[in-house]
Design a protein around this ligand. Structure first.
Ligand SMILES: [Fe+2]
Length: 177
C-alpha cells in the first residue's frame, strides 16, 4: 500500500492487531500534539505525521521493551504500509538510537535515529506525552539525568531545540496549555 492510512484506518489497524484502549488513547494524544507541531513547520506531510503518531507504538502490542520500535516497524512492513510510515515507527524511541546504542542494548543492529522531519516530530511528540498527559522537556529528560544517561538527555534536548527552531517557538509552550 502506497497510500497513507487515514485516522480511522490507523485506529482499525491498532484494534485488529489487538491494541488495548490505553495504547489507542496514548496514540491519540501523541497524534494531537504531533499535528500541532507539524502545523508550525513548513513542508511537513501532515497525513504522514498523523498516521505515524497513531501507529508509533504498534510494536508495543508484542513487546514492551526498547525493541518495540523495531518490532512495530516490522509489523508495519508486513501490513505493507508505506516505508515512510515504517520508518517513523522504527525510529521513534526517544530521540533515536545509534548503532552503538543498538549494540549495547543487544537489539537488531542498525541506526535508528529519526531522519525525516515527520520521524523527528512523532518521536518528540511522544517524548512530550506521558500516557495521555503533556509534559515539559525538563520533566521528560529528568529520568535520563537521574540515571546519568547524559548522552541520551543531550540528544533529546538537541531534537527539542532543532524542532523548536523550525517551528519558530519553544515547543514546551505547547505542553503548558
Ligand atoms: Fe514507543
Amino acid at each position: 500500500m502506497d497510500a497513507i492510512p487515514t485516522h480511522e484506518e490507523c485506529i482499525q489497524i491498532l484494534k485488529d492487531a489487538g491494541a488495548p484502549q490505553e495504547l489507542i488513547d496514548h496514540a491519540e494524544a501523541v497524534a494531537k500534539l504531533a499535528l500541532e507541531i507539524a502545523e508550525l513547520i513548513v513542508e511537513t506531510n501532515h497525513d504522514l505525521v498523523e498516521a505515524g503518531a497513531l501507529l508509533h507504538d504498534l510494536g508495543r502490542i508484542k513487546s514492551h521493551g526498547i525493541d518495540h520500535g523495531i518490532i512495530g516497524g516490522e509489523m508495519a512492513k508486513e501490513l505493507e504500509l508505506p516505508e515512510s510510515l515504517q520508518n517513523i515507527i522504527t525510529n521513534h524511541i526517544g530521540a533515536g538510537l545509534t548503532e552503538d546504542d543498538a549494540k549495547e542494548l543487544g537489539i537488531t543492529p542498525g541506526n535508528y535515529i529519526p531522519q525525516s522531519i515527520e520521524e523527528k516530530i512523532v518521536a518528540h511528540a511522544d517524548n512530550l506525552i506521558d500516557d495521555t498527559e503533556r509534559i515539559g522537556i525538563e520533566e521528560y529528560i529528568r529520568k535520563f539525568i537521574d540515571e546519568e544517561q547524559y548522552k541520551v538527555a543531550r540528544r533529546v534536548i538537541n531534537l527539542h531545540n532543532k524542532l523548536s527552531e523550525l517551528a519558530g517557538m519553544d515547543l514546551d509552550e505547547l505542553t503548558k496549555s
